[in-house]
Design a protein around this ligand. Structure first.
Ligand code: DCP
Length: 243
């Protein structure tokens, strides 16, 4: 009987999981996602108690451990140095590391989980942009597309309850990116940022989610409702979906 009846701890953990809200913070390179999340945590003790922030695993992309004990490699740097060669490898690894991180934070005690970016922006923004730049071949795009939906639909932990979009002009992002001076991003052009910007706008502002995405996000068991953009946090952010 013990095997069949979940303990009180297990039942509470399940209940916590069901009641947890997950939002993904989206925006262009250097839009200010990490700053926004850090400020939110510092803004009040009460907020800190209820929020679990899950930063983007950029450090994992910069430090690929060598399985033979050699020096770690930097995949982010390899991608920007030789995008035709590494765009697919990079986007593939971005997906896997995001998945691992989402799983690791799934059981956190906080009722509100804020993830920096999502597999949806990876696909709708970055994968599209690198394909348009001809850094991803037709075959590589088809491979990515062929596994994306089946994998995501098997992994409920990847589907958020909503998105917070931090909109910033490509010029602002360029200025902030140059000021930050992350070594790998030295060659990122204003044109590339402008393309990423328009892809974010198309995806999040026009509500142009793909039918499969809408289906995933409006799964009745997740109790989601589509909302109009509502200026959720400050004047440059919108929350598109909410319980
Ligand atoms: N990146 C990418 N493809 C993805 C995700 C990220 O090419 N699917 C790249 C873009 C950046 C780097 O990874 O060079 C880090 O991405 P972010 O824009 O998400 O992170 P930032 O640190 O720039 O965000 P912010 O400054 O808003 O905190």
């Amino acid at each position: 009987a013990d095997l069949e009846t979940p303990s009180q701890d297990q039942a509470e953990a399940e209940q916590r999981k069901r009641n947890k809200v997950t939002l993904c913070v989206e925006g262009n390179i250097s839009a200010g996602k990490s700053t926004f999340l850090q400020k939110l945590l510092k803004s009040s003790v009460e907020l800190r108690d209820i929020i679990e922030v899950v930063p983007e695993p950029v450090d994992k992309w910069q430090n690929i451990q060598d399985t033979n004990g050699g020096q770690p490699s930097n995949l982010l740097e390899a991608f920007y140095r030789n995008p035709e060669r590494y765009a697919y490898t990079f986007q593939n690894y971005v997906f896997v590391t995001r998945l691992m991180q989402a799983k690791d934070s799934e059981d956190c005690a906080a009722p509100l989980r804020l993830l920096e970016r999502s597999v949806f922006s990876d696909r709708m923004v970055f994968v599209r942009a690198v394909h348009e730049a001809k850094w991803l071949s037709e075959m590589e795009l088809s491979i990515y597309d062929s596994w994306f939906d089946p994998v995501v639909s098997q992994l409920q932990g990847l589907v958020p309850d909503g998105f917070i979009y931090l909109a910033a002009s490509p010029e602002t992002c360029m200025r902030r990116m140059s000021a930050r001076g992350r070594g790998e991003e030295g060659g990122v052009s204003l044109d590339y940022l402008a393309n990423l910007h328009s892809k974010h706008e198309e995806w999040l502002r026009s509500g142009a989610l793909r039918p499969e995405e809408l289906q995933l996000l409006s799964d009745p068991s997740r109790n989601l409702t589509q909302l109009q953009p509502n200026g959720f946090v400050g004047n440059s952010a919108s929350c598109y979906y909410s319980r």
